[in-house]
Design a protein around this ligand. Structure first.
Ligand code: PMP
Length: 382
């Protein structure tokens, strides 16, 4: 079984940038979704204290009851859906949650739908559990929102649909009408909805709606959550799946046979982070909100690069088609000319081929400087 589909996956540019750095060429990397701040010191203190206090043995496999309760309370508060610990499976990160959710929802050979543009691992995750990935295009012409008719056209015989809002790579937040349409297709075609909401604390415009809250969706939705983005805890590997209780039991059985749970000191640190409330989340999100404004300002007054309005998340997508290049050609030429690395849109699927994705993950001054250089470079290409 192959997890990567073979052929080009568009990540060559990332590798090329890393090779240039290894050879001593300074490159400004605006590629990966990694904060430029470390995990908050208070969370690290809680982690250290938990380890010193002895939480270094096996931890409860589905997660510490107190952490499951805290995640359930957070989800209930934000979505309005009654949620208890029986709905929560603690996972070593959102990626593991995506894998486990698909394994729980699919049998080998089942078709699993996902929306293109997509977070780069999606098709590999589906293949990894023995499923058959089928992309639903969400075109720039529709604001990168999937259309109900396109989903319905592929839904016959499919088992699941994977969506991501706020979206990586586009920064788009799905509106109520889009989510209502998605819910109807899922109900009509008896699909599991796997809803990746790992960017739910990074909302710049509009409101984040969890589709689990829509009528008829609670029993067919698996929500993927993570503290990677919300609490700058990417390296701690801590997240969850929120699902109907029988699915949580399957996920727990899977963990018993794979990860055997998440370290207790990491779970304790996560509990501390959640209990710290909105203030800490806002502190972690603030740099991206600031840089989003800086991005729009730096792009104002020119028309070669068109920003997809970033509603949420830590990325901004730029349409480069007015230059007469696709994203791949633009990103490669930019890397050669300016030593700035951005991701070609095609790394996230064919629908984003005319775009580049910029991660807003460098300090403000260097970030703005890079943006000005990107604009200048784009203008020089017309
Ligand atoms: N979903 C999306 C959309 C992501 O962008 C990422 C990480 N970049 C993940 C899931 C997985 O994150 P983690 O495993 O760190 O929680």
């Amino acid at each position: 079984m192959t997890i990567n589909g073979g052929g080009s996956d568009g990540w060559e540019l990332f590798e090329r940038s890393r090779a240039m750095i290894a050879d001593g060429t300074p490159v400004i990397e605006l590629t990966q979704g990694e904060h430029d701040i470390p995990t908050d010191a208070t969370i690290l203190d809680a982690m250290h204290a938990a380890a010193k206090e002895g939480q270094t043995g096996y931890a409860p496999i589905a997660g510490m009851p107190a952490l499951r309760d805290a995640v359930a309370a957070r989800i209930a508060l934000r979505s309005g859906v009654p949620t208890t610990r029986e709905n929560i499976m603690i996972m070593p990160g959102g990626q593991a949650g995506l894998f486990a959710a698909h394994l729980a929802a699919l049998d080998a050979g089942d078709t699993a739908l996902y929306v293109d543009p997509y977070y780069a691992t999606y098709p590999g995750t589906i293949r990894g559990v023995g499923g058959v990935p089928v992309a639903i295009p969400a075109s720039p012409a529709h604001g990168f929102l999937p259309q109900a008719s396109d989903i319905a056209a592929q839904a016959v015989g499919a088992k699941s649909l994977l969506i991501n809002t706020p979206n990586n790579p586009t920064g788009v937040i799905y509106d109520q009408a889009t989510l209502d349409d998605i819910a109807h297709v899922c109900i009509d075609h008896d699909l599991w909805l796997i809803s990746d909401e790992v960017y739910d604390t990074q909302i710049w415009e509009g409101t984040h709606l969890s589709p689990r809250a829509l009528p008829g969706m609670m029993d067919r939705t698996l929500v993927i959550g993570s503290m990677s983005k919300s609490h700058a805890m990417t390296g701690s590997r801590i997240g969850w799946v929120c699902a109907p209780p029988d699915m949580v039991e399957h996920l727990s059985d899977l963990a018993t046979n794979t990860t055997y749970g998440v370290p207790g000191y990491i779970q304790q640190a996560a509990l501390f982070g959640l209990n710290a409330g909105f203030a800490l989340e806002q502190k972690v999100a603030a740099p991206f909100q600031r840089r989003r404004t800086l991005t729009l300002k730096a792009l104002a007054g020119q028309n070669v690069l068109q920003a997809v309005q970033p509603h949420g998340g830590m990325y901004v997508m730029l349409d480069v088609r007015a230059i007469g290049m696709d994203g791949d050609a633009f990103a490669n030429a930019l890397l050669d000319a300016e030593h700035i690395a951005v991701m070609p849109g095609a790394s996230f699927g064919a629908a984003a081929a005319g775009h580049i994705r910029i991660a807003m993950t460098t300090d403000d001054a260097a970030y703005v400087d890079a943006l000005h250089r990107i604009v200048r470079f784009a203008q020089s290409q017309t």
